[in-house]
Design a protein around this ligand. Structure first.
Ligand code: ADP
Length: 553
């Protein structure tokens, strides 16, 4: 018996279609950027799509061919967005590089990806001048500015002016149609887990992810939103917002390099931002500024916080003091990045406050397109009872099958594991899942504290510590112990001017957590080191405290 074929139009899911859609149906909706040059720039989706086409023409004129990598070292801004659409849309691959990485890492990543063109913001000129001799594959260096801001001279060979390249073209260009499985962009993992590895997204995965990101139980984006992604466009494509924003035709507000509390607050207010997204550390700065100056948000309604665990105290401050709904989200570079978001089901709406909060503080439920499992040491699935924890595995059309440069289909190179005939990607996270599917990350597998055979969640202890009014930031790491193998050490940065000693800090845990899980010691530090994407660098902390003697040892 032969199956009946569906009789619908065959239209590949291509990134260019998002720009075309926004240009036609959100033509005059604004994209507002705070530029590196310091001023505010305003454009529209219609104008942006035209400039993206001109950029595609310019890249072809430079000799780019399908599959060539166009790299960026850039903040969130309209030119960066044009590169997203102009490169991917024309069959090239957009490679966003995190400029906060060490210069050697940037060079390593650019060479590994074989970047052919490197576009960069004005503030990165000194960095790129230093790096250029090491970037053996890059044929064209493009400074993302206008003629007036070009330096009179530079050590970079044939440095091109971005605006001149774009403005020299006429825009008479039709977006090419090709297979939706073609690579569209590459992001490298931030390297908290060793050498950075490239995740290669496709047009299809990016579009499916954008649909999922916009759903109401996801980020809930709409044409009525003004979206300010604080999360950089070099951090997993700003979590898909540059695509989801076009898909729904929302206004985009792009903050450039101006990420301090004052600049962000002003932009939120002048542009009447309704929705934002970022890692917990950026909200620390913004909330401090708002509090110190007795300010309120007039339009800000909801925000996604993810990338690392959002402390419940931060969630409460945003909700209770500012009426901002916090959507706690979890994902990773290998997942484009969205995996789960904390949104309630109908049956939870009437719950009393404490029970409702408990659910909202988890990393949430999967969005359609991602499936998940937790497994034990034997690789067998564990129950979803809300307290059994195990290694978290995922699968789905926007989860990687392989890293850049590794051969698909070769089991020796595959990062995937087989369970009951299905392939799963091991996330490296440890989690519980409750019967309603709310997943809670308790740790990264290498950060978990193994005390006398029992696991202690560093995130749970950090959340308790962060609830103390004198704590600015807290990290918990494992410290060697002769009897228990490992015991938790709490590392704390106090708020300025606060008097807080170890006795009071540890006393804070009494009654808030099981007695045997209370950290054995506290170390006060001036600063906790962060990765280039704003996560606490526990590797560095473990090195720093590797000889620390616990009072209980
Ligand atoms: P890297 O893996 O290089 O640090 P990613 O940005 O891909 O870079 O990080 C993904 C990891 O970040 C996840 O595997 C998880 O450990 C952590 N993470 C992301 N979101 C959350 C969250 N909401 N709560 C706890 N951990 C999170």
């Amino acid at each position: 018996m032969s199956r009946l074929t569906g009789q619908m139009m065959q239209m590949p899911l291509l990134i260019s279609s998002l720009a075309v859609h926004a240009a036609r149906h959100a033509a005059d909706t604004e994209i507002v950027s705070k530029r590196c040059e310091g001023d505010i720039h305003r454009t529209t989706w219609q104008a942006l799509e035209l400039r993206s086409r001109k950029l595609a023409q310019a890249l072809a004129r430079l000799g780019c061919e399908p599959g060539d990598r166009v790299a960026t070292l850039a903040w969130n801004g309209y030119r960066h967005l044009e590169i997203y659409y102009g490169s991917s849309g024309s069959g090239l691959v957009c490679h966003t590089i995190n400029p906060r990485l060490f210069p050697e890492q940037i060079a390593w990543i650019a060479n590994d990806a074989q970047d052919k063109v490197l576009c960069f913001d004005l503030n990165f000129l000194p960095l790129v001048e230093k790096l250029a001799p090491q970037l053996s594959q890059v044929k064209h260096f493009v400074l993302m500015t206008d003629r007036a801001h070009m330096p009179p001279s530079s050590s970079i060979p044939r440095l091109a002016c971005y605006d001149e390249l774009v403005e020299a073209e006429d825009g008479a260009y039709a977006w090419p149609q090709f297979d939706e499985n073609t690579a569209s962009s590459i992001c490298y993992t931030s390297g908290t887990t060793g050498h950075p590895k490239g995740a290669v997204y496709s047009h299809r995965s990016t579009l499916l992810h954008a649909f999922a990101a916009a759903l109401p139980d996801s980020m809930g984006c709409s044409a009525a939103d003004a979206i300010l992604p604080v999360v950089p466009m070099f951090h997993v494509n700003a979590w898909g917002l540059p695509y989801a924003g076009a898909l729904v035709g929302a206004k985009l507000v792009l903050p450039g390099p101006h990420l301090d509390g004052k600049s962000l607050y002003e932009l939120f207010e002048t542009e009447q931002v309704t929705f934002s997204a970022g890692v917990p550390t950026v909200w620390l700065g913004l909330l401090n500024y708002v509090k110190q100056n007795g300010l309120k948000f007039s339009s800000f309604r909801r925000t996604v916080i993810g990338g690392s665990a959002c402390p419940p105290s931060m969630m409460r401050a945003l909700e209770e003091e500012h009426g901002v709904e916090v959507i706690h989200a979890w994902g990773m570079t290998e997942m484009s990045p969205l995996g789960t978001l904390s949104k309630l089901k109908a049956k939870h709406v009437g719950l009393e406050d404490a029970a409702r909060r408990q659910l909202l503080e988890t990393q949430g439920r999967v969005v359609y397109g991602v499936d998940m499992l937790i497994v034990g040491n034997d690789g067998r699935p564990l129950p979803w009872d809300g307290h059994t924890s195990g290694d978290l595995l995922v699968r789905g059309p926007w989860v990687i099958e392989n890293y850049f440069g590794q051969k698909t289909g070769d089991p020796r190179e595959s990062p995937l594991v087989e369970i009951d005939g299905q392939s799963w990607f091991p996330t490296g996270d440890v989690a519980t899942i409750n019967p309603d599917g709310f997943m809670q990350i308790t740790d990264r597998s290498k950060d978990v504290i193994k005390s006398g055979g029992e696991w202690i969640s560093s995130i749970e202890l950090e959340n308790v510590a962060m609830g103390h009014p004198g704590v600015h930031e807290a990290a918990v790491i494992a410290c060697a112990h002769p009897k228990w193998d490992e015991r938790p050490l709490l590392v704390v940065v106090r708020k300025p001017g606060v008097v807080l000693d170890a006795k009071e800090m540890l006393g804070w845990f009494e009654g808030r957590i099981a007695k045997w899980q209370i950290p054995d010691d506290v170390a006060f530090v001036d600063e906790i080191p962060h990765t280039a994407t704003g996560k606490m660098l526990k590797l560095k902390l473990r090195e720093k405290f590797k000889d620390h003697k616990l009072p209980t040892a």
